[in-house]
Design a protein around this ligand. Structure first.
Ligand SMILES: Nc1nc2c(c(=O)[nH]1)N[C@H]1C(S)=C(S)[C@@H](COP(=O)(O)O)O[C@H]1N2
Ligand SMILES: [Mo]
Length: 541
């Protein structure tokens, strides 16, 4: 029976289009991994830039850790972005399928056209969003594969329409689902293994310097990075061992060097920069605008510094405060060459982030290209980030690419959203660990006051009535030389052991900074200028 009426649209077309969209996203992930070339990344960046400030602030602070899940707000944003990217690719697939049917009916050439059109449409959309046409090819392949198998499955059972069409529709759907599943699994496996390839390359160069092939094929910039950091393993190892030795021992309390460094980013998908393609330009009100390649920068010096970072959104009892040994160059070296004339600086980064602060703070700053004895990890700003002593984490710009000297103040990314997080950190003593030692109890935590330093930590075991001095860890070494000086911007640990009163009681902690100022008692949330108040914990009988 030949059909002369216009071809009926198969009932399952919207579902096949949806499956093609899912497969296209999976295909994109297969080649791009979790990098900005992944089709979800531009959608996510768009969401971050357009969500109302209040929603973003809510996501970062309130949802920062929600239901025990770290970065819950960001995960929500990511899920939304995945959904939107899938919807977009499904929509263009649907248009492609309808167009093929409209112009070719249910002929074999129409089926072929639908495969080609869906492939082209998903590829073009992904390329348009990411700006990476070659890496987007797999998105088109994923979409096309689903339609190809679906059409093939529909065509194999028999040629007639009418009674057979329901069976054909079912086969089309099954073929589509199976292919989407296959593309999804392969995409996931390929994408996760290609993830962060650039950083992985420099790490492996670092650990295998004797492998001439690896060194040869690695970029010269990566080689320098690895060499600079690994040249003096003994120095780094010595400092790390010293930090270990100075750490106080309380069950469950992290040492003076963090094993799980917190991470705060405006985007879920971090930049994936190559050291040999990176450069830092110094612009604006300077006598000599200059630009530095990675090789040039790392050739300017290799110093090690223990530095603590704390996010302005960290609650008094939060976990957004950590310390590591960073390797890099003092920013003053660069400032001597460019001779800044302005009063402020704007640091800009590859993820579109920007933060502004006074030039005086910049003068004391550090450009880190190593962390914990290895290259700077991707999530912490690979290949280079700023470390500004004593200031909230947000001006410690990662993936930094431009340093613009300004003649006056301007607002940074978070300040445009109402935060005041460019200044010095608040003083804090955290109460993060406790253990029972037959009849006694030991409590402990970290205390940090930026460059003011921690002078004293006091503990009350009766809810703030009476106070006693806690034991403080020795200050971390400066790291720049063997002079025995202390790190200027690092936390200390404190512990206190007392006889358990045998009834419910509340332990309260407060720190005193190097200027003699006691951590303020009034409780304020993190927004807009950092949490205040004393950490406290009630222990049951
Ligand atoms: N480029 C860039 N730099 C950035 C951020 C960012 O989102 N993008 N987040 C900032 C914030 S809010 C903090 S608290 C610190 C956190 O540094 P970490 O992720 O290495 O711990 O990085 C800062 N630098
Ligand atoms: Mo932050």
């Amino acid at each position: 029976m030949s059909s002369i009426q216009p071809a009926r649209q198969p009932r399952r077309t919207p579902i096949v289009a949806l499956l093609a969209g899912v497969a296209a996203v999976a295909g994109s992930y297969a080649t791009a991994g979790f990098t900005p070339a992944f089709v979800v990344a531009p959608v996510e960046a768009f969401l971050t830039r357009t969500v109302p400030d209040a929603v973003l602030r809510f996501a970062v602070t309130t949802l920062g850790t929600f239901a025990g899940i770290d970065h819950f707000g960001q995960l929500l944003n990511l899920a939304l972005a995945v959904g939107l990217a899938t919807a977009t690719l499904s929509a263009v697939s649907f248009v492609a399928l309808v167009a093929a049917r409209r112009f070719g009916g249910r002929s074999a050439s129409a089926r072929l056209a639908s495969v080609g059109l869906v492939g082209a449409a998903t590829w073009a959309t992904t390329a348009l969003l990411t700006g990476r046409p070659t890496l987007s090819l797999a998105a088109g392949l994923g979409g096309a594969a689903v339609v190809a198998v679906a059409e093939l499955a529909a065509a194999t059972g028999g040629s007639a329409a009418g009674a057979d069409s329901t069976a054909a529709d079912r086969r089309r759907l099954l073929g589509g689902v199976a292919t989407t599943f296959g593309v999804g699994v392969v995409g996931y496996l390929l994408g996760s293994s290609s993830d962060s390839a650039d950083t992985a390359a420099s790490v492996s160069t670092d650990s295998a310097p004797a492998d001439a092939e690896a060194v040869e094929s690695g970029s010269s910039a990566e080689r320098t990075a690895a060499d600079e950091v690994s040249e003096e393993p003994s120095v780094v190892d010595r400092y790390l061992a010293e930090a270990e030795r100075r750490s106080l021992d309380v069950a469950g309390l992290e040492g003076l060097v963090s094993t799980d460094f917190y991470q705060v980013d405006i985007s879920n998908v971090d930049p994936n920069l190559r050291a040999d393609q990176w450069s830092l330009s110094v612009t604006g009100s300077v006598e000599r605008p200059l630009s530095y390649t990675y090789d040039e920068l790392t050739a300017m010096g290799t110093e090690h510094r223990f530095v603590t970072l704390r996010c302005v959104s960290d609650p008094v009892d939060g976990k957004l405060m950590d310390t590591d040994l960073w390797t890099g160059v003092p920013i003053s070296r660069i400032l001597e060459e460019v001779n800044p004339q302005g009063s402020h600086v704007m640091l800009r980064a590859a993820d579109g982030y920007f933060e502004e602060f006074p030039v005086e703070a910049l003068t004391e700053g550090f450009l880190a290209y190593g962390k914990g004895g290895g290259p700077l990890p991707r999530g912490h700003g690979h290949p280079v980030r700023a470390l500004i002593p004593g200031h909230w984490g947000e001006i410690n710009v990662k993936w930094v690419t431009e340093m613009e000297i300004l003649d006056g103040p301007e607002k940074g990314f978070w300040e445009r959203r109402g935060w005041h997080g460019t200044g010095p950190v608040n003083t804090v003593a955290k109460l993060s660990a406790s253990e029972r030692l037959d009849g006694r109890r030991r409590v402990g935590g970290h205390a940090y006051a930026g460059t003011r330093g921690i002078e004293r930590v006091e503990v009350s075991v009766d809810g703030g009535e009476t106070w006693a001095d806690a034991t403080l860890s020795d200050r971390l070494p400066a790291g720049t030389d063997e002079s025995g000086e202390a790190a200027e911007d690092a936390w200390r640990q404190w512990t206190y052991t007392y006889d358990d009163p045998g009834r419910e009681h509340t332990v309260v902690v407060r720190a005193t900074d190097g200027t003699g100022a006691v951590q303020p008692r009034e409780e304020e949330g993190p927004y807009p200028s950092g949490a205040t108040g004393w950490a406290s914990k009630t222990f049951p009988k």
